[in-house]
Design a protein around this ligand. Structure first.
Ligand SMILES: *[C@@H]1O[C@H](CO)[C@@H](O)[C@H](O)[C@H]1NC(C)=O
Ligand SMILES: *[C@@H]1O[C@H](CO)[C@@H](O)[C@H](O)[C@H]1NC(C)=O
Ligand SMILES: *[C@@H]1O[C@H](CO)[C@@H](O)[C@H](O)[C@H]1NC(C)=O
Ligand SMILES: *[C@@H]1O[C@H](CO)[C@@H](O)[C@H](O)[C@H]1NC(C)=O
Ligand SMILES: *[C@@H]1O[C@H](CO)[C@@H](O)[C@H](O)[C@H]1NC(C)=O
Ligand SMILES: *[C@@H]1O[C@H](CO)[C@@H](O)[C@H](O)[C@H]1NC(C)=O
Ligand SMILES: *[C@@H]1O[C@H](CO)[C@@H](O)[C@H](O)[C@H]1NC(C)=O
Ligand SMILES: *[C@@H]1O[C@H](CO)[C@@H](O)[C@H](O)[C@H]1NC(C)=O
Ligand SMILES: *[C@@H]1O[C@H](CO)[C@@H](O)[C@H](O)[C@H]1NC(C)=O
Length: 820
């Protein structure tokens, strides 16, 4: 709706300015010519064709096609890119041999379409279409005429919808787009984008003769690849030819390239319906071709992508890695022995390595594996059997020699890769042995504990609480985490007592659902936040285990750091970095303190929380769903950076787990996503929902749950925001205390993103990484949110929810529901 308004304004402006371009036609007939300042305009007014001069001086003239409707001239095609007209004026005409030609003032040939035409030049025309295609045709009727030549067959640096790139592996040639030399010179530059002419299952960008970037392998899926921001690619291959046409939609620079795209399915947006390859294609962190060297992996999910070695490998030259020079890559811990002790390690969500060999005749994964296992030089394999749009793709990809340009993608987007490792079985069973030892230790500990407890019980005739901490559910956590639990500093109980003045009330700084929080001062003067979990609380113990395993393992500047822990008898104590500015809750919803957070700070906070969540959701080693994201769990450090805290409810997801189900729905009203509140289903998208609520709260200063400051007719902040969005009165929602400082387009963007996050269907919600991109980007967002209908409020009957029991502690609401 807003887009169409924008487009009609643009059209209006364009049509007004069009009045000055008197009598422009969409074609050039034989006998006619165009000079410097004359143009032809496509019938619908989308594109113009004529001479232009890209430089500040007017010395060099080029014949080209550009968008007619953009305020900034965007050239999409250049005829004589390597040979400018310097001798003015230039002339464009159909020559006597039936070619479209560019001549200089002396009549010398600068450029020619260079066809051999057998048709009379009477009846030959150059016609500019609304797609941006310039056709040289012969015939009376446009539709039935013969196409002699078309600009779409000779792309320069811009791929327009329905333009085609191709590669032919038989001849090892490809039609690609090539960047301009620089912004002012259309001469062929150093960067080329196209389908890999040697292995046509991928796109590559080359710089000079070197690979600069490579896409994911095409294995029948629509796949994503991270480049600059990110874009999504899909194409089809028939082993010899690949033809690719482009679909672009400019949501945070996402580009969708699709095989044989049609205008019907094309997501048309005026500003960016093309993709241009320019010379400043700065690579995103480690996403430059093979930057991490052989057997090195680029982690695209982490907020600062970094190289690391594949499991079972170590840096070849550790000193170089220390200096962030990764191209030496990694080498094996144990060299392959080529006997039955070799095994394959599964890696999920991978960008598959370069230089694969594909076998399309292998029909199942075990066959693919057998082929690889039989040949000692085969070091990795991947199998794909997918059906997209009735087209089935089966392929067994094999790698020999070395693995280069590997990556690990954020959630859901990669493919499975099996890497051959020596002694895998042995190291696996070694791992198992460790687990067994730990389990035996824990069991004997438990046994001893039970014995002591029984004696104690017998003597004192007192019931001992079931001690959950000792029943660590080791099996559900990876080995890494178990080890790490014991790596955190353990604080002496007496030190904690002294630091908190024996947990005196004057040191108390907060109270949560599971315990009280105290400020602690160490002898050296440093401050800590000490959380003392409620005694005798089963939940407290579980929370303790969670916090230690989850947050003890994570480090990010938007997460609260866990400094250590302490157990003493039944005491369970967690020690965190101290956050002098308390929680977001105490500012955003406080009548006076809200003035302290101006718009710039709030916007930074919104973006910071998003970064923290990206880290939690996409970090490759753990996938953490926070499950209880809310204003009171966002703490502010001394520089007002948001820090996500309280991982008592967090869940770690295994390698390929996307969604989980729980019978015990624990969360906070107003922040719980529909699928979680109703069905106990949680995934990263339930955190996205809570984040959306949080964004709306930060912008408006209104609690989603309370209804304070909310006009009466609205049941929640979400429905209020949706209403204002639809009537385009977003300004009414903004916290009055930030009115002066706010940038309306940023606020609108936040509300837009907030509404995208709180959509009812988890699949419609963006991932946190696209949220971050949307927030950072300046171009308009063209995904519109769907109406959010779900509200769950503490003060309303809701038949969908059974047996809600609510514990309210200050600003903290813990709700326990039972999923159906
Ligand atoms: C054109 O102007 C830009 C700055 O506006 C300058 O950087 C560039 O060098 C100029 N190009 C030429 C060819 O003069
Ligand atoms: C024109 O085409 C002919 C043959 O098709 C080729 O030999 C010649 O190099 C071409 N000239 C230019 C300027 O591309
Ligand atoms: C093209 O048409 C013009 C007039 O319409 C005529 O004089 C000329 O002979 C024609 N040329 C050819 C090659 O048919
Ligand atoms: C293109 O490559 C040449 C030769 O390697 C180099 O001198 C030039 O700086 C490069 N240009 C860009 C924009 O990278
Ligand atoms: C791709 O394009 C080439 C050259 O234009 C053509 O010969 C081939 O048939 C096309 N392949 C497909 C699958 O469309
Ligand atoms: C694209 O698809 C349409 C319809 O599916 C078909 O008619 C057309 O020939 C295809 N074009 C190419 C280049 O494959
Ligand atoms: C495989 O080879 C390695 C080294 O050559 C040897 O140590 C190991 O015992 C062999 N394993 C089996 C199962 O043959
Ligand atoms: C996999 O394919 C091979 C070769 O076609 C066949 O022998 C084998 O039985 C298949 N295995 C399964 C599990 O389908
Ligand atoms: C293993 O594969 C490579 C590459 O395809 C091939 O050259 C070699 O002959 C194969 N070796 C065996 C034993 O099959």
């Amino acid at each position: 709706m807003r887009w169409s308004l924008f487009i009609s304004v643009v059209l209006l402006v364009a049509s007004l300015s069009g009045l000055q371009l008197c009598s422009s036609s969409d074609r050039l007939d034989a006998g006619e010519s165009l000079s410097d300042n004359q143009i032809i305009v496509s019938a619908g007014g989308n594109f113009e064709f004529g001479f232009f001069s890209p430089t500040n001086s007017t010395s060099n003239l080029y014949a080209g096609i550009w968008y007619a409707k953009l305020s900034v001239r965007k050239i999409v095609w250049v005829a004589n890119r390597e040979n400018p007209v310097t001798n003015h004026p230039g002339i464009l005409k159909i020559s006597n041999d039936g070619n479209l030609v560019v001549l200089d003032s002396a009549g010398d040939l600068i450029w020619s379409s260079n066809i051999t035409s057998h048709y009379s030049i009477n009846g030959t025309q150059a016609l500019l279409l609304d797609t941006g295609n310039l056709k040289l045709i012969h015939g009376d009727h446009d539709s039935s005429s013969i196409v002699l030549w078309q600009s779409f067959d000779f792309p320069t640096d811009t791929l327009l919808p329905n333009m085609m790139l191709w590669s032919n592996i038989k001849t090892k040639t490809a039609k690609s787009i090539i960047s301009w030399k620089n912004e002012y010179d259309p001469f062929t530059g150093n960067f080329t984008f196209g389908i890999d002419p040697v292995f046509n299952y991928q796109f590559i960008i080359t710089r000079g003769s070197k690979r600069y970037w490579r896409s994911q392998l095409w294995t029948g899926n629509t796949f994503s690849a991270v480049f600059a921001n990110s874009f999504y690619l899909s194409f089809q291959t028939d082993d010899q030819w690949n033809n690719l046409t482009l679909q672009a939609s400019d949501v945070s620079s996402n580009l969708k390239l699709s095989y044989n795209g049609t205008l019907d399915s094309f997501d048309w947006s005026l500003s960016s319906n093309q993709w241009t390859i320019t010379s400043d294609t700065s690579a995103h962190t480690c996403d430059s071709y093979a930057l991490c060297g052989p057997f090195g992996i680029c982690d695209y999910g982490a907020s600062t992508s970094q190289c690391r070695c594949l499991h079972g490998f170590e840096p070849k030259i550790p000193e170089d890695w220390g200096r962030k020079l990764f191209h030496g890559g990694c080498v094996r811990h144990n060299s392959l022995s080529c006997n039955s002790s070799d095994g394959f390690l599964l890696l999920n969500d991978m960008k598959l390595p370069d230089h694969a060999v594909v076998d399309r005749n292998v029909v199942n994964i075990s066959h693919c594996r057998t082929i690889c296992l039989k040949n000692c030089s085969c070091i990795a394999h991947s199998f794909s059997d997918t059906t997209v749009d009735n087209l089935r793709f089966i392929g067994c990809f094999l790698w020999f020699d070395e693995l280069v340009d590997l990556g690990i993608f954020p959630l859901d987007s990669g493919l499975d890769l099996y890497v051959r490792l020596a002694n895998l079985a042995a190291s696996e069973s070694g791992g198992m042995r460790k687990v067994v030892i730990v389990v035996i230790m824990i069991t004997s500990l438990l046994f001893t504990f039970i014995c002591i407890a029984l004696v104690y019980l017998f003597l004192k005739r007192r019931r001992i609480k079931n001690e959950r901490f000792n029943r660590l559910n080791l099996a559900s956590y990876s080995e890494d985490i178990q080890m790490e639990v014991f790596d955190l500093p353990v604080f002496n109980y007496n030190v904690v007592l002294t630091a908190t003045n024996n947990f005196s009330d004057s040191n108390k700084i907060g109270q949560g659902g599971f315990g009280k929080v105290y400020i602690g001062k160490l002898p050296d003067g440093s401050l800590l936040a000490v959380k003392r979990l409620s005694r005798n609380s089963g939940q407290g113990s579980e929370e303790f285990r969670n916090e230690v395993t989850v947050i003890g393992k994570l480090q990010h500047r938007n997460l609260v750091g866990l400094v250590g822990f302490c157990t003493y008898g039944e005491e369970r104590i967690l020690i965190y970095e101290y956050m002098p500015n308390n929680s977001l809750c105490s500012f955003v919803f406080d009548d006076r303190k809200r003035l302290l957070l101006d718009w710039a700070m709030r916007f930074d906070i919104i973006k910071g929380i998003a970064r923290g969540l990206i880290y939690l959701h996409q970090d490759s080693r753990l996938r953490v769903i926070h499950r209880d994201l809310k204003a009171s769990n966002i703490l502010l450090d001394k520089d007002w950076n948001p820090r996500i805290s309280d991982f008592g409810m967090a869940r770690i997801f295994g390698g390929d787990q996307k969604q989980a189900n729980t019978n015990r729905v624990v969360g906070t009203y107003g922040y719980m996503s529909p699928e979680y509140a109703m069905k106990g289903l949680f995934s990263v998208k339930s955190d996205v929902y809570s984040y959306g609520v949080l964004v709306l709260e930060i912008v408006s200063g209104i609690r989603n749950t309370s209804g304070d400051n909310l006009p009466e007719s609205f049941s929640s902040l979400i429905s209020y925001a949706w209403h204002l969005w639809n009537v385009e009165k977003m300004a009414e929602m903004i916290d009055s205390s930030i009115c002066d400082s706010c940038l309306m387009n940023e606020v609108t963007r936040c509300i837009h993103v907030g509404l995208l996050c709180v959509q009812d269907h988890a699949s419609n919600r963006p991932t946190m990484s696209s949220v971050a991109l949307m927030l950072e980007n300046h171009s308009p967002l063209d995904i519109l949110p769907k109406k959010p209908t779900f509200t769950l409020r503490a003060d309303k009957d809701n038949t969908e929810v059974q047996n809600p029991s609510i514990v309210s502690l200050n600003d903290i609401t813990i709700t326990e529901l039972h999923g159906r």
